[in-house]
Design a protein. Structure first.
Length: 252
């Protein structure tokens, strides 16, 4: 982006989550480059606070995925209910021991609730191997569903009661479709969403060692947890459209 600016090109920082910037040279480069942007929009309060501190004009609005139009997924009609979606990704914090604990917790959770587990690899290169490793160990119904279309990925959550997700956009899509969400955070951007929407969950690095504790927590949330109120969802959708409007203004 800095190179593009030196060549006289228009640059836009669109829907950014800024940070964590741990090193001074990185922070200086980010500040310099963002200051040279024609427009800047961010998706969380921590990023907005950083830009305010840097005196860089910006717009704060929810992630544009909130406003993405979802599409029905016909494959769901053949899968039993109730359904719980699982979205895990490869990450150094998701060690073999933690993955084994999560898998054991899923087994106990499924036995306690009789739910159908829908494994959703959002990015095949990082997610599919984990899904295929877990599925044979589940005692009840389960299915791996690979979709490429973001609108269909979002539409899956219309037919899901609860989502257990690591990926930021799995949680946003699920919440936007009125699905209960439980987060397994591997990144500050996920923690920011958890804070903003009061989504329960754990950092993967701090995952409990006891699979039964994990399972009991999921069972309690499945039975008594609540999705976002429809008015809150609609408000987030409306605000997310601000990113689209900004893009339209700049490209005119």
């Amino acid at each position: 982006m800095a190179l593009a600016q030196r060549m006289g090109l228009k640059t836009i920082a669109w829907d950014q989550g800024i940070g964590t910037l741990r090193h001074t040279p990185t922070r200086l480069l980010a500040r310099y480059t963002l200051a040279g942007c024609t427009r800047v929009s961010v998706r969380d309060r921590a990023s907005a606070a950083l830009l305010t501190d840097w005196q860089i004009p910006h717009i704060l609005a929810p992630d544009p995925v909130w406003a993405l139009q979802s599409q029905l997924v016909p494959e769901l009609e053949d899968l039993q209910e109730p359904r719980v979606a699982l979205i895990l990704r490869s990450h150094p914090h998701l060690t073999p021991t933690r993955l084994a604990n999560l898998t054991r917790a899923l087994v106990e959770f499924q036995q306690a609730t009789q739910v159908f587990i829908l494994l959703l690899p959002f990015q095949k290169s990082e997610d599919l191997d984990i899904a295929t490793a877990i599925q044979p160990q589940l005692p009840g119904g389960s299915h791996i569903l690979c979709l490429e279309d973001p609108q269909q990925l979002k539409g899956v959550f219309r037919g899901v009661e609860m989502a257990i997700g690591m990926r930021l956009h799995s949680l946003i899509m699920a919440a936007a479709e009125g699905c209960r969400c439980f987060a397994l955070s591997y990144d500050p951007k996920v923690n920011r969403l958890m804070e903003d929407l009061a989504i329960p969950g754990w950092d993967v690095a701090d995952l409990p060692d006891d699979p039964s504790l994990i399972s009991r927590t999921w069972v309690e949330y499945f039975r008594h947890g609540h999705s976002l109120p429809s008015a809150k969802i609609q408000s987030l959708v409306n605000q997310a459209l601000i990113h689209r409007e900004l893009l339209g203004e700049v490209l005119l």
